[in-house]
Design a protein around this ligand. Structure first.
Ligand SMILES: Cc1cc2nc3c(=O)[nH]c(=O)nc-3n(C[C@H](O)[C@H](O)[C@H](O)COP(=O)(O)O)c2cc1C
Length: 321
């Protein structure tokens, strides 16, 4: 069994957190991750209602195991109802990412809820530390969904030298060897999103899951095009990593033109409604090429844990006596 400060804190059997993924990670996915011994999280988008939060948390809570909720700072500033609904649902962990977490740490701590924040730069690490964030999640540019521009491994090594708080690695981890590598580099756990994109408990469509399984590791793009098309208020420093498709091939790098192109905006809105995956975003990280079968999130977590334990034992044998 792998034991770290993270497993001890949340009473987990493996130091794996299922990433909060808006549109993909609802209560059923979070519950499945927690049943595998990790900590499953629910992703809350900018258009989610407080009712969605309450409903999905009730599903996750059925397992009577720890679960978490992932909120976005730039959304919360105008949506205090999402924070209130989250606190009322009493998750074990809440992440406040993509913005300054400081204003939200106090209210969550007052409710007895631990706080995580994804960080993408050295300054972000310092800001999270100063804000008394409990779990600092280093999110590399390899990650699926919205992310920064720095690679995970150098940022992880910096984080563990800058803070004594538990640091969790996010971005590109999809095998036991990868997980073991992050733990050896100093992480107290791993935060996985892309490996859960083909699980039947997810909220994404069967067609999106099939597309993810067919995609190769070279097939992602880090782009603002989908946000610009949807007129979303995502801050520019966090573009999104998605599978390249016809829309991104046409508009990535031409976001200024796109911001005036109403027809293309309507096309993306329509694609999101109809499930046209050549024009709607399918967010996925660089590890997507390793995802080839549809598997329960519980099995994904259990297998990752077992393989990581094997890899850690093998790594120890590299050292001569
Ligand atoms: C489809 C998708 C949606 C995401 N949505 C969110 C979100 O709502 N909130 C959040 O904090 N992170 C979100 N992320 C980022 C994840 O929390 C995490 O950083 C990332 O998945 C880890 O890297 P990996 O995809 O390589 O495993 C999302 C990622 C994906 C793939």
């Amino acid at each position: 069994m792998i034991r770290t400060p993270l497993t001890r804190w949340f009473d987990l059997t493996t130091p794996i957190i299922g990433a909060p993924m808006a549109g993909v990670a609802g209560g059923a996915l979070a519950r499945a991750v927690s049943l595998g011994g990790g900590l499953g999280m629910i992703g809350v988008s900018g258009t989610a209602t407080a009712g969605f939060v309450t409903e999905q948390c009730a599903i996750a809570a059925e397992s009577e195991l720890p679960f978490g909720v992932g909120l976005m700072v730039w959304v919360l500033d105008d949506r205090p109802d999402l924070l209130e609904a989250t606190i009322a649902a009493a998750p074990s962990l809440v992440s406040v990412s993509f913005g300054n977490p400081a204003p939200y740490v106090g209210p969550l701590h007052d409710a007895g809820i631990a706080v995580a924040a994804q960080v993408n730069t050295t300054d972000d690490i310092r800001r999270a530390e100063e804000a008394a964030v409990d779990v600092i999640v280093v999110q590399g540019t390899e990650a699926g969904g919205h992310t920064g521009r720095r690679a995970m491994l150098p940022l992880l090594q910096e984080a563990v030298t800058l803070t004594d708080r538990p640091v969790v690695a996010a971005g590109g981890i999809a095998t036991g060897r990868g997980m073991a590598g992050a733990l050896v580099a100093g992480a107290a756990g791993v935060w996985i999103g892309t490996p859960l994109l083909s699980s039947p408990e997810a909220l994404n469509s069967p067609a999106a899951r099939a597309r993810v399984r067919a995609a190769g590791g070279d097939g992602t793009v880090l782009t603002r095009a989908f946000d610009v098309a949807q007129r979303l208020a995502w801050p520019e420093r966090w573009p999104g990593r998605a599978l390249a498709n016809e829309f991104s091939r046409t508009w990535h790098g031409r976001e200024e033109d796109l911001s005036h192109d109403l027809i293309s905006s309507r096309r993306v809105a329509e694609a999101l409604r109809t499930g046209d995956l050549e024009h709607a975003p399918v967010y996925a990280g660089e590890s997507v090429g390793l995802l080839v079968t549809e598997r329960s999130a519980t099995d994904v977590v259990r297998e990752l844990d077992a393989e990581a334990e094997k890899a850690l034992r093998a790594a120890a044998r590299l050292v001569g006596s």
